[in-house]
Design a binder for this molecule. Structure first.
Ligand code: PDD
Length: 283
């Protein structure tokens, strides 16, 4: 089956989907994206992803071209057309195509809407068994990280540093505290069994998986504290993990070459991953 993508109202073979070079997403990274997971052929936490998409678009003044029901209909059709039962659906909306000029184009410019799927192993991910190693890097980003902008250069550079170090993820650090992963939310479990993650602010993306995991913490008998995590505290954590639509709950076994806890995925992290998967499957 050839890959089908969605572009501005049409389902097209991948090779035929073309975006003009004057698209503001291409020239200015003037756009927003979202990623939802698919397991058992169904979208995970999708209502929350669509709500964040709507919020991000509103924050930068791009009209949301669809309501949540409209998005979900398109996503479902795309997933079905590609026969994806496990993986991701990517959505992007840019401010559209206009002659290059920094300020917004005149009213009437239509947003560009792109969607594609990626088949991927999400559940039986071997990294979840072995645990991920991470490095810390400086957070080089702008001041509105709560907006899921397609301007991802700092994250690209962070992830490349991780790749060159032979590890799975980079945790970005500002003023001595971890902000978040390059494409994930950072968590630790402290030695007194407290689940710690950074409070929401403009300094980080409000992770959808983060919110779901915080709701499940009580079931894993964990108290939650939303506060800053210093790098020193992360090194000393009992357990650590990161969350995202693509990683779900990913155990961290090493930070900057230092073993975390026993140096293998911790029991509380494994429990949270199981709980998250069970909740995702229930829909
Ligand atoms: N990234 N923080 C950042 C900087 C992210 O890019 C992501 C997600 C998250 C986790 O958010 P969520 O749980 O809603 O996926 C946190 C997606 C998966 C990506 O860019 O591919």
């Amino acid at each position: 089956m050839s890959r089908i993508v969605y572009l501005n109202g049409a389902f097209l073979p991948f090779e035929e989907a073309r975006v003009p070079i004057m698209d503001r997403g291409f020239l200015f990274a003037d756009g927003i994206y979202e990623v939802s997971a698919i397991i058992d052929g169904k979208l995970v936490d999708n209502a929350a992803h669509l709500a964040r998409l709507d919020r991000s678009l509103g924050e930068i003044g791009i009209r949301n071209p669809h309501d949540a029901a409209g998005w979900e209909k398109l996503q479902t059709e795309l997933v079905a057309r590609n026969g994806v039962t496990e993986g991701l659906v990517y959505m992007q909306v840019t401010r559209g195509v206009a002659e290059r000029d920094f300020a917004f184009p005149k009213a009437g410019t239509e947003p560009t809407v792109v969607m594609f799927t990626q088949a991927k192993t999400v559940l039986a991910n071997p990294l979840a068994e072995s645990g991920a190693r991470v490095i810390t890097v400086e957070d080089l980003r702008w001041k509105r990280r709560d907006i899921k902008s397609v301007a991802l250069l700092a994250q690209v550079l962070a992830k490349q540093q991780a790749a060159e170090a032979g590890v799975a993820e980079a945790w970005m650090v500002e003023d001595g505290a971890v902000t978040e992963g390059s494409s994930s939310t950072a968590f630790i479990v402290s030695r007194d069994r407290v689940l710690v993650t950074r409070p929401l602010s403009t300094a980080l993306l409000p992770g959808i998986t983060r919110a779901s995991v915080l709701k499940l913490a009580a079931e894993a008998d964990l108290r939650v504290e939303e506060r800053l995590i210093s790098v020193a505290e992360a090194y000393e954590a009992q357990e650590a993990f990161y969350t995202s639509a693509s990683a779900f709950v990913m155990p961290v076994v090493e930070i900057d070459g230092r073993s975390i806890g026993e140096g293998r995925p911790g029991p509380l992290t494994r429990r949270l991953r199981e709980l998250y998967i069970a909740a995702a499957r229930q829909g």
